[in-house]
Design a protein around this ligand. Structure first.
Ligand SMILES: [Zn+2]
Length: 73
């Protein structure tokens, strides 16, 4: 039977097989930055989301201000 590739990883330094959930090799303590979680959120996406949130927030404040001003009259 082939070893399941999704649950194990090989240490690039000593070759020890460890579960994919390990961040550090249990044998030589090499930091294992394998293919898992490779698709982390890029910084520009976070910046874009921040800009969109700020724009939406400022627009909401603008709308609330307009509604309050309209209700004054
Ligand atoms: Zn190792």
């Amino acid at each position: 039977m082939a070893q399941p590739q999704l649950t194990e990883q090989h240490c690039p330094t000593c070759g020890t097989v460890s579960p994919i959930a390990f961040n550090v090799c249990p044998h030589c303590r090499t930091i294992l930055l394998s293919h898992r979680r490779r698709k982390a959120t890029p910084p520009w996406v976070i910046a874009l989301l921040l800009v969109l949130i700020l724009a939406a927030a400022s627009y909401a404040v603008y709308l609330a201000h307009q509604i309050l001003v309209l209700h004054r009259f």
